[in-house]
Write a protein that binds this ligand. Structure first.
Ligand SMILES: O=C(CO)COP(=O)(O)O
Length: 216
């Protein structure tokens, strides 16, 4: 199971979370990556943790003020990027072009989607993975893998029907090892989470609990 921690714009210490994620990943053998604010990418990557961007713009080098250039994200140490999110919704054409930009910069990709139908559409664009995240459960602490398991199994089916090589992750309300275990049982190969770690009093303990079912 891949654990991808999206720090969104939460007021946590990105380097402290990154160091905890690096240590827990090394101790348990579980792949854990951290996606901080773009301005924190270098500092997070310097810890040695696997580092992801939250977004790259659908642009190439050029006159694109305010954009997040895929090449710049890679230069800062990111090896992957999220694309699209319920909290920052993109047009399909922009997701498609964002995937091209990520490929140019050799970044791994996870496209977020709100439901299994969108998962099918996103899978057709050829990302490395899609993450299904029902918006109504995001940030609630109620895990999608328990509250709405059909969403996960339907997402796995929808992606497989389009492109069997696209991994499916799930997110929204994931915070404990039980939640991760349930996600795995439903066919997800990773989890995408935010508040369970970014808002935890002790992010290291939160991560240790989260990966416990899949630790070596
Ligand atoms: O939106 C999410 C990750 O991208 C999920 O957020 P929570 O883990 O806070 O529910």
């Amino acid at each position: 199971m891949f654990v991808l921690v999206n720090l969104k714009a939460y007021p946590c210490d990105p380097v402290a979370v990154a160091e905890a994620a690096r240590d827990v990943s090394e101790e348990t053998g579980v792949r854990i990556a951290v996606a901080p604010q773009a301005a924190h990418l270098s500092a997070v990557a310097d810890t040695g943790v696997e580092t992801w961007a939250q977004h790259v713009s659908a642009v190439e080098h050029g006159s694109h003020t305010g954009s997040t250039l895929a090449e710049a994200v890679a230069d800062a140490g990111a090896t992957g990027t999220l694309l699209n999110h319920s909290e920052a919704r993109r047009k399909l054409a922009d997701i498609d072009a964002g995937l091209d930009a990520a490929e140019r910069a050799d970044l791994e990709t996870v496209v977020c989607a709100n439901n299994p139908e969108q998962v099918g559409a996103a899978a057709a664009l050829g990302p490395d993975a899609v993450a299904v995240e029902p918006p109504e459960l995001i940030g609630t602490g109620t895990p999608v893998s328990k509250a709405d398991p059909d969403v996960v199994t339907d997402a796995v089916e929808a992606a497989a029907a389009v492109d069997g090589s696209v991994d499916v992750f799930c997110g929204a309300g994931i915070s404990t090892g039980d939640d991760l275990d349930a996600a795995r049982d439903l066919g997800a190969s990773g989890v995408l989470l935010a508040s369970g770690v970014a808002k935890a009093d002790d992010p290291r303990a939160a991560l240790e609990d989260l990966v416990e079912p899949v630790a070596e």
